[in-house]
Design a protein around this ligand. Structure first.
Ligand code: GAL
Length: 658
C-alpha cells in the first residue's frame, strides 16, 4: 500500500534554498493568518465557546490586529514575501442577519489596498472556523437551509474585493472543523455525535460547491482563482507488521482525507461514518486550485487516544513539536501525491510549527521547503507556500500556549519581534526573489522635439501606455515586485502613478544630477543588490540568467551586453568588461554594446559615488574595467532616442501586440 519515507536529514544539502535555485521565479511566497486568531475583539461562535474550551483562555484582544493593521502589513512587507493569506470575519461584516457593517467591509478593502501598494498579493479565506452567533444559534452548518446565509456573505465580499483580490479560499479545513467540533469536541459546539458530524460534513461540501458556483458566475469570477483548503493528515500504521494498525490507518485516511478529495473529483460525497454517498450539485470540479495545509503524520493503532491531551505515538528518531505531534516533512510530499489526481494546481496554504523557543522552526522551514522544491522538480504543480503563521496568535483550543509565528508577539505589550526562523524564511524568500528594480526615469526627450522637452521620456505614451508601464510590465513577468523610480528633477509628473501588483517608490531630485548623481541621491532607498534599467529603453530579457551569472561571477556589477547592435561602446574579454567608451568613433577595439539591464551591488554606488552631478556609466564602468562581469544576451532593446526609433518601437509593439 503506502510507504513511510524517512530521510537522514543531517546529511541533506540545503544550498539550493540559499542560492535561489530551488524554486521558479513565479513561485508564490506567503504567510498566513486567520481573522479570529489575530484581530481581537470578535464576537462569534468561538468567543462564545472559549470559556468552555480546553485551555479556557479567551481570545480577547488577540494580536490587536484590528487596530494595528498598517504596522502588521509592514511586518509582512519586511519578510519580503509576495503573498498574504488572511480570512474575513463574517461576524464583523454581518453582525446581525442582513445588516452589513460598511466600516468593517472598508477595513478589509483598505487591507487589500495596503497590501497591493506593497506589491503583496492578497488571498482571502471566507470561512476559517468562525461564524456569527445569530447564524450559529440557528444551527450553523448542521442545517442545509442555512447555507444561503453564508453564501450571501461570500457574494457580498466578492463584490467588494474581487476587482483586487485574485485568490479566494472558500472553506478552511472542513474535515478539521467537523472532527474537532463534532467528534473530538475541542472546537465549538464541542460535542461528540456521529449523526451531527455527518450532516455538518455534507453541508460544508454543499456550501463550498455553492459558494464556488456563485462566485464564479459573478463579475470577475472567471479571473479569480477559487479553491477549497484541505488539511492533509498522513496516517501511518504504528507497527508495520500489524494488520490492525494498517486497517486503522486506512480507515482514518479514508475519513479524514480520501472521502473529501474524492468528493471534489467525482461530485459524490460519502461523509465520515456515513454508509452511502450523496451527489452534491456543482461539487465536481469546484476548485481552481487545492489548498493543502500540512502539519504532521499520525501513527495509528486501534487504541489511539481520542483526546488531544494524550501524547500521540512517534518514531524514536522523530522530534516532537510543542503540539506533541512530530515534525515529519517527508509527509508533505505524500500530501502532494495524494492531491495530484485532482489535476489542479496545488498551493501549500499552511505549514508551520508550534515551537515556543524557536529552536526547531528554522529546520522545520528548510525541510518542508526542500520537500516542496523536490516535488516541483518532479513535475508536481505546486505554485506557492504560505507559512503558518505570520505571528504568534490565538491557537484555538490551545489558547496562547502554542506559538506558530515568524514574529514573536508579547501579548501584554503587543510588541512584535522577528524570530531567528523569520530571518531564515526571509533569507530563502530573498534568494528566490527578483531584486529591486531601479529605473532611471529622469531623462528628457530633448531630441524628440516638442513632445517631450518638458516631459521625461519614460512618461511618453507608446502604443497606448507610457514607456514606464511597458518597463514595469516586463519586470513583473520576471518576478519583480518592487521598483524604485528615479524621476529626475521634474518628478511631480509621476505623482499618483501606480502599477498593479507592484510596489513603486518615486524619488525626485532638486536639480539635474545626471545618472550617477541620481543614484547617489537615492542611496538610502537602494537595496543591497538591485537591477538597474533605463527609463527610456524597453529591454525584454530574462532576468534570471543575468542574476545567476552575477552570483557566480561575484562581481560588483554585471551588465548585459549585446553583440548584435549596430554600434559598439565597449570591449569585453572572458566575461569581464575591459573598456567602456561611450563616445568612441573608431570601433575597432570594441566588441559589444551595453544593452541596458544591469545588476549592481549597492556597495559599488557607495564606493564610486559622490554628491553633485556625474555620469554613472562614464565613472563607474571605467573604474570597473577588468572587474565588472558581462552577461551576453542579444535580445533587441528598444529605445526612444529619436522620433524614428520611437516609431520603430511603436510598430514593433503593434505587430507583436505586447
Ligand atoms: C490549522 C488551522 C490554523 C492554525 C493551524 C495550527 O488547522 O487552519 O488556523 O491554527 O492549524 O494548528
Amino acid at each position: 500500500m503506502w510507504t513511510e519515507e524517512h530521510r537522514q536529514w543531517d546529511t541533506v544539502d540545503y544550498s539550493s534554498l540559499k542560492d535561489g535555485s530551488a524554486f521558479p521565479k513565479e513561485f508564490m511566497w506567503g504567510v498566513a493568518t486567520a481573522s479570529h486568531q489575530i484581530e481581537g475583539g470578535n464576537t462569534n461562535n468561538w468567543s462564545a465557546f472559549e470559556p468552555r474550551s480546553k485551555s479556557q483562555q479567551l481570545s480577547g484582544d488577540a494580536c490587536d490586529h484590528w487596530n494595528r493593521r498598517e504596522e502588521d502589513v509592514t511586518l509582512i512587507k519586511e519578510l519580503g514575501v509576495s503573498h498574504y493569506r488572511f480570512s474575513i470575519e463574517w461576524s464583523r461584516i454581518e453582525p446581525q442577519e442582513g445588516h452589513y457593517d460598511s466600516k468593517a467591509i472598508q477595513w478589509y478593502s483598505d487591507l487589500v489596498d495596503e497590501l497591493l501598494i506593497q506589491g503583496i498579493q492578497p488571498m482571502a479565506t471566507l470561512h476559517h472556523f468562525t461564524q456569527p452567533l445569530w447564524w450559529d444559534e440557528r444551527g450553523g452548518f448542521e442545517k442545509e437551509e442555512n447555507i444561503t446565509g453564508w453564501v450571501n456573505f461570500c457574494s457580498m465580499m466578492f463584490e467588494h474585493l474581487s476587482d483586487r483580490v485574485e485568490w479566494w479560499c472558500t472553506i478552511n479545513e472542513p474535515a478539521v472543523y467537523a472532527t474537532m467540533g463534532y467528534v473530538l469536541g475541542e472546537f465549538p459546539p464541542g460535542v461528540r455525535s456521529f449523526k451531527r458530524v455527518r450532516k455538518v460534513s455534507l453541508n460544508l461540501m454543499r456550501a463550498h460547491a455553492r459558494c464556488y458556483r456563485t462566485l464564479k458566475a459573478m463579475k470577475n469570477g472567471d479571473k479569480c482563482q477559487i479553491g477549497l483548503v484541505k488539511n492533509i493528515n498522513i496516517f501511518d500504521p504504528y507497527r508495520r507488521w500489524n494488520p490492525l494498525h494498517w486497517m486503522q490507518a486506512k480507515i482514518l485516511d479514508g475519513m479524514f482525507n480520501q472521502c473529501w478529495l474524492k468528493a471534489l473529483r467525482t461530485g459524490k460525497f460519502k461523509p465520515p461514518s456515513a454508509l452511502f454517498s450523496k451527489r452534491i450539485e456543482g461539487l465536481r470540479g469546484s476548485s481552481d486550485f487545492i489548498g493543502v495545509n500540512y502539519y504532521t503524520h499520525l501513527l495509528t493503532t486501534p487504541f489511539m487516544p481520542t483526546k488531544v491531551e494524550i501524547d500521540p505515538l512517534i518514531r524514536p528518531w522523530e522530534q516532537r513539536t510543542d503540539f506533541r505531534y512530530p515534525m515529519y516533512a517527508e509527509g508533505l510530499r505524500r500530501a502532494f501525491d495524494m492531491v495530484t489526481n485532482l489535476k489542479i494546481p496545488i498551493l501549500v496554504t499552511e505549514n508551520g510549527v508550534a515551537d515556543d523557543d524557536d529552536d526547531m522552526r528554522p529546520e522545520h522551514i528548510r525541510r518542508h521547503l526542500l520537500i516542496t522544491s523536490e516535488a516541483i522538480a518532479d513535475g508536481i504543480d505546486v505554485r506557492g507556500f504560505y507559512h503558518w503563521s505570520l505571528m504568534d496568535n490565538f491557537e484555538w483550543a490551545e489558547g496562547y500556549d502554542q506559538r506558530f509565528g515568524l514574529y514573536h508577539v508579547e501579548f501584554e505589550t503587543q510588541k512584535r519581534t522577528l524570530k531567528e526562523s523569520g530571518h531564515e524564511y526571509a533569507a530563502i524568500v530573498k534568494a528566490h526573489t527578483t531584486p529591486q528594480l531601479v529605473i532611471m526615469a529622469g531623462g528628457l526627450g530633448t531630441r524628440l522635439g516638442e513632445m517631450s522637452e518638458k516631459t521625461p521620456k519614460s512618461l511618453i505614451e507608446v502604443n497606448g501606455k507610457p514607456m514606464l508601464h511597458h518597463i514595469l510590465d516586463w519586470a513583473k513577468t520576471q518576478g519583480c515586485m518592487n521598483a524604485l523610480v528615479l524621476t529626475g528633477h521634474l518628478g511631480e509628473q509621476f505623482e499618483g502613478i501606480t502599477h498593479p501588483g507592484m510596489a513603486l517608490t518615486f524619488h525626485q531630485e532638486k536639480e539635474p544630477l545626471g545618472t550617477g548623481g541620481a543614484l547617489w541621491n537615492a542611496k538610502e532607498l537602494l537595496e543591497q543588490r538591485f537591477l538597474l534599467v533605463w527609463g527610456d529603453d524597453w529591454h525584454p530579457i530574462e532576468y534570471k540568467p543575468l542574476i545567476e551569472l552575477h552570483h557566480s561571477a561575484d562581481a560588483p556589477l554585471t551588465m548585459t551586453v549585446t553583440q548584435a547592435h549596430d554600434s559598439k561602446n565597449l570591449r569585453h574579454e572572458n566575461g569581464r568588461l575591459m573598456l567602456y567608451d561611450k563616445h568612441s568613433e573608431s570601433s575597432e577595439t570594441l566588441n559589444g554594446y551595453e544593452a541596458g539591464t544591469s545588476i549592481v551591488e549597492k556597495s559599488t554606488v557607495l564606493k564610486y559615488g559622490h554628491s553633485g552631478k556625474w555620469s554613472w556609466e562614464e565613472t563607474v564602468y571605467s573604474a570597473l574595467s577588468g572587474e565588472a562581469a558581462v552577461h551576453l544576451d542579444d535580445t533587441a532593446f528598444w529605445d526612444m532616442g529619436t522620433p524614428e526609433r520611437l516609431a520603430l518601437f511603436e510598430k514593433f509593439l503593434k505587430d507583436t501586440s505586447v
